[in-house]
Design a protein. Structure first.
Length: 291
């Protein structure tokens, strides 16, 4: 999908290896799919976090609703192949916990149900955050990725893990940050960007200095199943200095050109570009199709 030239903003590229080390199963404790950049330049890494997988199917001719619980990294791996973002590698992670009461492959980032199978109103995202922390530390220390070139994309529960992790990562590194770290470095607590599809924060951040990592939150105002809590955007703005909100008519993952366009435009602003032969690459990723 072509993005108007007026909407492209080039960023200075900080030096790191053009081709990054590929993570292995020994490095990451859950199944994953890694795709190096199609153009051979690994300047950005997009980490994809699937949702709990609650996809509602409504039948117009009856009152029957069927909810399919559970998801894995595999559909998001296919999404990564379709995106084809320039100079961008993709890592799709599978959540660490199996969803109880199901016999199929269905995974969750944190415990979501009580012993009776009811959704927990105030879940503890620690399992997902701990996993993501270990993965990101390995990507930085073992694979050569600067944190400001690591971008997160999460759907529903995966979006909540992404936004919560941004806060956790910022708090971890904020205490040791000095004025000399003002430009992006490998460990100053900022990430490249975070995109959340219908995934709110689960906590109530109280920060003396807001996280400068840019956030793009997409949500549906018309579907009770996909709607965010009333204070979700306000909570994000308490933790992040740059929050862009977009409403959508699509209840779940974007499935149309119109649904993906604002996300692609956001990435066109925040993905880094490495200078090649005296020229800058301009992002022109393809619009993915419905999965």
């Amino acid at each position: 999908m072509a993005v108007p030239v007026s909407e492209i903003h080039l960023q200075e590229t900080f030096h790191s290896s053009r081709v990054k080390k590929v993570p292995t199963k020994a490095d990451i404790s859950v199944p994953f799919s890694y795709l190096a950049s199609d153009d051979g330049t690994d300047e950005n890494l997009l980490i994809l976090l699937h949702g709990l997988g609650m996809r509602l199917v409504s039948y117009v001719s009856s009152t029957l609703n069927q909810a399919y619980l559970g998801d894995t990294h595999l559909p998001f791996s296919n999404l990564g192949r379709q995106l084809k973002l320039p100079q961008t590698a993709v890592l799709a992670l599978r959540a660490p916990e199996q969803v109880p009461f199901l016999y199929e492959d269905a995974f969750q980032w944190y415990t979501s149900f009580d012993g009776l199978g009811e959704l927990i109103e105030r879940p503890n995202p620690t399992p997902g955050l701990d996993l993501l922390e270990k993965v990101v530390k390995h990507l930085i220390d073992g694979c050569g990725w600067p944190s400001h070139r690591i971008h997160l994309f999460g759907f529903a529960q995966g979006g909540s893990v992404a936004t919560e992790f941004g806060i956790k990562w910022w708090k971890m590194h904020r205490a040791s940050q000095t004025p000399a770290d003002s430009p992006p470095s490998t460990t100053n607590g900022t990430l490249g960007s975070i995109v959340s599809i219908s995934g709110p924060l689960l906590s109530y951040p109280t920060l003396s200095v807001k996280n400068p990592t840019p956030i793009f939150i997409v949500h549906n105002l018309f579907s009770s199943e996909a709607a965010l809590p009333a204070d979700a955007i306000a909570d994000l703005k308490k933790g992040y200095a740059s929050v862009t909100e977009k409403t959508s008519k699509e209840p779940g993952m974007p499935s149309s050109r119109a649904g993906w366009r604002p996300i692609m435009e956001f990435w066109s602003t925040h993905l880094g570009r490495r200078q090649v032969d005296g020229l800058y690459e301009v992002m022109s990723g393809a619009t993915p199709v419905s999965r």
